[in-house]
Design a protein around this ligand. Structure first.
Ligand code: EPZ
Length: 422
């Protein structure tokens, strides 16, 4: 079990390259199931979630090969075991997005039902509703979702909106299944995230017929067969946002290389309100803070609104603002495991239902803290960079799921982070 020891406060400066997106790579890895043969995707980040998903695909019968140039090739010629085992699915909820492609390709699938999650209640009822609408028979057996469509799937008009709006992986699952269904499928209230757009363009490369990409209404004309393809993975907008917050919380100056600002307008707008300068330069952007951190109110929403995956990082930043901010979490109302840990570092945060009142303090002080999930742990690392003293972050495995050796990216910029195994 690794921990981080983080010396603070530091000031970050220099250039850092943004990786390919984790949340774009995972559903695209599942899409490889749809086209019999060798597909490949790049640039893929080196993350534990990518390794777990590779194991999952190999368990189905695929052959997954990682090459040095961040390319992943997936040979799905043989899928002889359409079963997503508990031992793998329990490590990563995104495994659920093999369900749609397996149903479409093999007309049957068994996938372990994803369990609990630190960020709150995460049902998959919308995934199952969408696949049932396409004609699949689905039941739960011993913790496994058993799905069958012996005569194949059939296109349908499907409303996929839920109590918290659209679902990202639910849209991915139903979209992938619809590509091989008979006739036309219309997905209403589809997710519009850049990761879904990346997936849909990839499916078009495989021969799928999809229109309305990037809008809440996707229309799919089913085809008989798809073929393997090459997928280009978009930059990781959440990693980019995390480094923007790192520059801001350390009053630093960073050049983010390979950063798509057009995928991050809500984030850029908020950070500029807070007092951060963000200037595009070709595929890069310059991020700096020279003046005080101004308070700001944030409400997380589906894309193009403010992403829930940056809520914790902005909370760490706003904990040092000159004034009070209110953060409302509308996507995962219970996603606040980082609040108590930041308060241990002398932040002044008060939870009120799905909101947190952030009363800005002059400084944070170091403390031993516990990571609970991927983005909460990123917030604790940011707080450690600004806090006075040595912060110890426990359960670093959470951060390794979504950030590639983050200390090896931050230390050349001026951070003082050591990773230790205990
Ligand atoms: C994706 O999860 C991301 N994961 C999450 O990022 C991200 O937080 C989330 O989208 C929202 O942007 C990946 O892409 C691998 P949802 P997903 O289905 O698809 C409710 C990270 O940090 N809902 O869009 O699982 C759900 O409970 C991770 O990288 C239902 O009610 O999220 C939530 O309140 C964490 N029924 C809301 O919808 C369903 O069937 C949005 O969830 C599905 C979802």
């Amino acid at each position: 079990m690794d921990i981080f020891r983080i010396e603070g406060p530091v000031r970050l400066s220099g250039s850092v390259s943004i990786n390919g997106s984790k949340n774009a790579s995972l559903p695209i890895m599942a899409a490889a199931i749809l086209g019999e043969g060798k597909s490949s995707l790049a640039p893929v980040p080196r993350l534990s979630d990518i390794s777990v998903f590779s194991q999952l695909l190999e368990q189905l019968g695929c052959r997954v090969v990682k090459s040095s140039d961040r390319r992943l090739s997936i040979d799905s010629t043989v899928i002889d075991n359409p079963v997503g085992e508990y031992e793998i699915v329990r490590k990563m909820r995104a495994s659920i997005c093999i369900l749609g492609p397996l149903l479409a390709r093999c007309r049957r699938a068994e996938v372990s039902m994803p369990g609990g999650c630190a960020i709150g209640d995460r049902p998959i009822n919308l995934h199952l509703r969408g696949l049932r609408e396409l004609g699949a028979r689905i039941h739960l057996k011993n913790g496994y979702i058993v799905a069958q469509a012996p005569n194949g799937l059939t296109g349908k008009e499907i409303f996929l909106g839920g109590p918290f709006g659209s679902t990202v992986l639910g849209t991915a699952n139903v979209l992938m299944a619809a590509t091989l269904a008979k006739g036309r499928t219309t997905i209403e209230s589809a997710a519009c995230e850049p990761e879904i757009v990346n997936l849909a363009h990839g499916l078009q490369n495989m021969g799928a017929k999809i229109s309305g990409i990037g809008s809440p209404r996707l229309v799919v004309e089913g085809v008989k067969q798809l073929h393997p393809a090459e997928f280009e993975i978009i930059p990781d907008r959440i990693e980019a946002g995390t480094f923007m917050a790192a520059a801001a919380i350390t009053q630093g100056e960073l050049r983010l290389q390979n950063c798509r600002l057009d995928h991050m307008m809500a984030v850029v707008d908020k950070l500029r309100n807070i007092g951060v300068t963000i200037e595009p330069e070709d595929n890069d952007c310059m991020v700096a803070r020279t003046g005080p951190i101004r308070p700001a109110d944030i409400t997380t929403q589906q894309y193009p609104g403010f992403p829930t995956d940056l809520q914790a990082q902005l909370m760490a930043l706003l904990s040092l603002a000159e004034g009070n901010s209110v953060i409302v979490e509308k996507v995962f109302p219970d996603r606040f495991m980082h609040v108590a840990e930041l308060n241990r570092m002398a932040a002044n945060l008060r939870k009120e239902g799905p909101a947190v009142i952030v009363a800005g303090v002059k400084k944070l002080t170091a403390a031993p803290v516990m990571a609970s999930d991927l983005r909460a742990s990123a917030a604790l690392v940011l707080a450690g960079l600004a806090a006075e003293g040595t912060t110890t972050v426990n359960r670093v495995y959470h951060i390794d799921r979504g950030y590639e050796r983050i200390e090896e990216k931050l230390n050349p910029l001026g951070a003082k982070i050591t990773r230790e195994s205990i």
